[in-house]
Design a binder for this molecule. Sequence first.
Ligand code: GTP
Ligand code: MG
Length: 138
Amino acid sequence: TERTFSIIKPDATKRNLTGKINAVIEDAGLRIVAQRRIQMTEAQAKKFYEVHAERPFYGELVETMTSAPVVVQVLEGDNAMARYREVMGATNPEQAAEGTIRKLFALNVGENSVHGSDSVDNAKIEIAQFFKDEDIVG
Ligand code: GTP
Ligand code: MG
């Protein structure tokens, strides 16, 4: 079994889609083993997306992620990281496959409803940014 880190982004929480997204996650066989709704600070968002600091959309990304509450989650299951990337769909919802979260709910590439870790190593780093070990109950 494996863990990955997920964020339900502001565009989705604003449209009251947390439950619908969680249903897609659970239907895919992933278990939500930790979950918390937070207002991300600018400092948190900047640190979280530090790898994109040089990209032209970094400022917009930080603004978007702090524009409303998010739901941070730890997902657990076999191949959880890769499985969740599949369930999320392509970054740009226009390219996302049928049935994926981004195809179902995303508005555009900047408001694409969810984040998921892109490697198992990054999942560990990202989980540690938002959760204490004792708050993850598998
Ligand atoms: P995350 O799970 O959120 O990391 O998405 P990803 O791994 O599919 O995409 P990536 O890590 O390449 O980009 C991180 C986030 O930056 C994306 O989810 C988008 O919300 C945003 N992003 C990426 N490319 C663009 C872009 O061209 N314009 C804007 N506005 N946002 C972008
Ligand atoms: Mg990414």
